[in-house]
Design a protein around this ligand. Structure first.
Ligand code: FMN
Length: 400
């Protein structure tokens, strides 16, 4: 039976020291030149001392012209190699993988007035905060594939231990996967094989750049949870395609900006009892593939984490929000001095507000750790939300 403290050997040969991973949280701590900053390095210093067997960074963009959030790090060449090395150095206490991403249509208009996507399908219900994207040409799609590979090389050269492709949560790769947002009739669209081509080409281009012994992971939705979008059956097929590419770790999540299931899925009784939002789907994926699986979303107790590992479907437990409040939680779960994460209840019951509130409140916590004040569960919800809305519509609300 697998325990939290057991190491995990990955297909590429790398070994994770235990089964607890920090999942990606966008830190928004880049400088104006999109380079990693000292604040970002300080935040990772805190997490690297926190006992996780794997740290996955917040999303780093492959193209500085297309940002998902103000303060995103972006890397398209070696111009900030020094700052990248300092960030990797600060993270060295735990194996750290950099998540790489392109927002596609999920890019606020203030940051990206001319977003690109598989097809010109806008994001509904955002009161004009997001511009309708333009469809990428075939040549441009190939260019974006190359960008993912280049960013992966920058990550490896900096000294990070691995990369993760963000193929979840409705960003560009996920837009290619979904028939709601990918209406293309060329080889990058159509049936699932066509819609998955972009992800597979990205993985192949990265592997060619970093070599066979370097960890390459993918974060994938178990479903988008919308009618006619990327489905549970699609996710199982894509998992099998990724297994054939010998990826090292498949992280399972769910949801998009239209339906923020990653933060809280309306729980069925069976799901509530088992804590993790997407455990049922992970079990279905496990029946199909042997690729190491990481499951993220909802884990809060040592008992729930241990049960998921013991069940055999999950190889790595992903934790995001709890580690923004308690950066050393993994160490305490492992040494027995903590049984559960601190519970923070932010929900208002209005899904759109809850997604914004969740994003902003936890971002404030990461900011506090980064500038040495430490996390504070007492931070007011309204001040976090006001900051978020000012940043989205007026810009610069954060001073970075
Ligand atoms: C502030 C914040 C930023 C996030 N940024 C990212 C991101 O950059 N990439 C990503 O894949 N997921 C991101 N997530 C989602 C988390 O990785 C995770 O899937 C989600 O929070 C559910 O896990 P949890 O219940 O342990 O928090 C973010 C979550 C939060 C709260």
């Amino acid at each position: 039976m697998t325990n939290l403290a057991d190491p995990l050997s990955l297909p590429c040969g790398a070994v994770l020291p235990n089964r607890l991973a920090k999942s990606a949280m966008s830190e928004r701590l880049a400088g104006p030149d999109r380079a990693p900053t000292e604040a970002l390095a300080r935040l990772y210093g805190a997490w690297a001392a926190g006992g996780a067997g794997l740290l996955i960074t917040g999303n780093v963009m492959v193209d500085p012209a297309h940002l998902g959030e103000r303060g995103n790090v972006a890397a398209e060449d070696d111009r900030h190699a020094e700052a990248w090395r300092a960030w990797a150095e600060a993270s060295r206490g735990s194996p750290t993988w950099v998540q790489i991403n392109h927002p596609g249509r999920q890019a606020p208009r203030r940051l990206d007035p001319a977003p690109v996507a598989p097809s010109a399908v806008g994001l509904p219900g955002t009161f004009g905060a997001f511009a309708v994207p333009r469809a990428l040409t075939e040549g441009e799609v190939e260019g974006v594939v190359r960008r993912f590979a280049t960013t992966a090389r920058v990550v490896k050269d900096a000294g990070f231990a691995g990369v993760q492709v963000h193929a979840a949560h409705g960003y560009l790769v996920s837009q290619f996967l979904s028939p709601r947002t990918n209406l293309r009739t060329d080889r990058w669209g159509g049936d699932l094989a066509g819609r998955a081509r972009f992800l597979l080409e990205v993985v192949r281009a990265i592997r060619a750049e970093v070599g066979p012994a370097y960890p390459v992971g993918v974060k994938l939705n178990t479903a988008d949870f919308q009618k006619g979008a990327f489905s549970e059956d699609d996710a199982i097929e894509v998992a099998a395609m990724l297994e054939a590419e010998r990826i090292d770790l498949l992280e399972l999540s769910g949801g998009t900006y239209e339906r923020a299931a990653m933060f809280a899925e309306p729980v069925r009784a069976s799901t509530a009892a088992r804590e993790a939002f997407f455990l049922d789907q992970a079990e279905r994926v496990r029946k199909r593939v042997r690729t190491p699986l990481m499951l993220t979303g909802g884990f809060r107790t040592r008992e729930g984490m241990a049960a998921a590992l013991a069940g055999g479907a999950v190889d790595v437990v992903g934790l995001a929000r709890p580690l923004a409040v308690e950066p050393d939680l993994c160490r305490r779960l492992l040494d027995g001095t903590a049984d559960r994460a601190l519970t923070v209840e932010l929900a208002t019951g209005i899904p759109q507000i809850d997604a914004m509130l969740t994003g902003s409140w936890y971002q404030v916590q990461m900011d506090r750790i980064a500038d040495g004040r430490g996390a504070d569960p007492g931070v007011w919800r309204i001040s976090a939300l006001t900051w978020y809305l000012r940043d989205l519509f007026l810009g610069g609300g954060h001073g970075r």
